[in-house]
Design a protein around this ligand. Sequence first.
Ligand code: FAD
Length: 464
Amino acid sequence: MQKTKLGDQIKAIVGQDYFFDSYEDRLCYSYDAAIEEAMPEWVAMPGSVEEIARLMTLANTEGFPVYPRGAGTGLSGGSVPLKGGLVMVLTRLNRIREINQEDLYAIVETGVITSALHEQVEALGLLYPPDPASMKVTTMGGNVAENAGGLRGLKYGVTKDYVLALQVVTPAGQVVRVGSKCVKSVSGYDLTHLYVGSEGTLGIITEITVKLVPAPEHKESMMAIFDDMNMAAKTVADIIKSGVIPATLEFMDNTSINAIEDFKKIGLPRDAQAILLLETDGVKAAAQHEAEKIIAVCKANQARDVKSAATEQEKLQIWEARRTCFSALARVRPNTILEDATVPRSKIPEMVRGVTDIANKYGIQIGNFGHAGDGNLHPTILTDLRNTEEKQRVQKAIDEIFALALSLGGTLTGEHGIGSAKAKYLENEFGPEGLAVMRAIKTALDPNNILNPGKIFVADTAIA
Ligand SMILES: Cc1cc2nc3c(=O)[nH]c(=O)nc-3n(C[C@H](O)[C@H](O)[C@H](O)COP(=O)(O)OP(=O)(O)OC[C@H]3O[C@@H](n4cnc5c(N)ncnc54)[C@H](O)[C@@H]3O)c2cc1C
């Protein structure tokens, strides 16, 4: 069918107000928070599951690609329409349908903003732990599709640990329900967790049931300051070895500290080589006892100082510093490439040293921060991609960072997904056999390869 006619059909499904095909509108949906860009042919914002199902049926019949999109904060190019087609923006499905205090679950539509769910459950003394640094803008659907992590991931786990059930629209337009409200359910294949982290390649997630937990009674927040980056990295592993699992254990190097201070002037120590931001939580006496143990480990590892936040305001400042880190680094140079290669925690010191060596070898600037307690660092390359010579050095550095992580027994991505940005490395992690199993799943569920083509698998190779 002709392009204009297809556009008319899409418009007829979602209505004139929610269909866009002007150059300016399409441009707004041609990128996310990663580097790659591509123009869609149409943008549609469906307002119901029924509209989504009709759009998928049309796409499957006519063979045009569909790129699901939440808030577009993805860091691996996940929602970028590499092959044109339709960008399906899911933010209109934004109702919190139920918060159940008896059975401790919440049911939300895909477009609910993550922090909106936090606020509502916290007002009831409950907690939905996954807290990506981008939580004030991200959608729950985007979090599920990327299996997002967050600052509390060390103690509480990541999105997949909280998803109980999903409603999904398949590439052929069928509406299916997977999982259960029960905390225990082993009925059939675990399709729920097949969709979690599927990066918009297997189905459109429309409704999510998540597990809630009681909110902790008390929190202790601390900042440990180090003159030696290696000692800070070693402290991460030593804290875990000491038997304490903090709720949060974040690492920040000197480049990141100074970028934040230039941006927000929070009062971080500009001369420190690294800082660790830490939080313990739980019953007050236990949280305080764990904080004391952590302080002792930091001091034994030559921390220059460990500052405990005395007031709520000081606590908020510590976490504000961490949450603005990426935005602060992004101001330093025209382009920012944030990676999330992850290693076993005990390998953090080697990874930190290795990334510094790679930056020196290629003469590029890399800020390093991240959820170090999870082994999940964010080496952040600050560059100018208009400079083709520098771009080549950056590409070689990225290749080496991923090779280093894998050689340390790590993984390509701890939370941002493969998307298009890391597709070419995936075989290095799982081998041709592992990749073939993934391709077989994609082919079984999306035989016409219409959902998010070019992601996870190198473009055009998803169909076996
Ligand atoms: C400043 C900043 C900080 C960040 N911090 C973190 C962090 O701490 N932890 C972390 O894990 N990530 C972080 N991210 C990355 C990003 O915010 C997460 O990946 C987030 O989960 C993406 O949500 P989104 O709504 O923006 O999704 P989008 O970027 O719109 O989409 C992400 C992927 O999900 C797919 N998708 C979206 N909605 C659906 C749906 N309903 N059904 C099927 N597929 C769908 C898209 O096709 C795409 O592949 C950060 C990003 C930024 C810019």
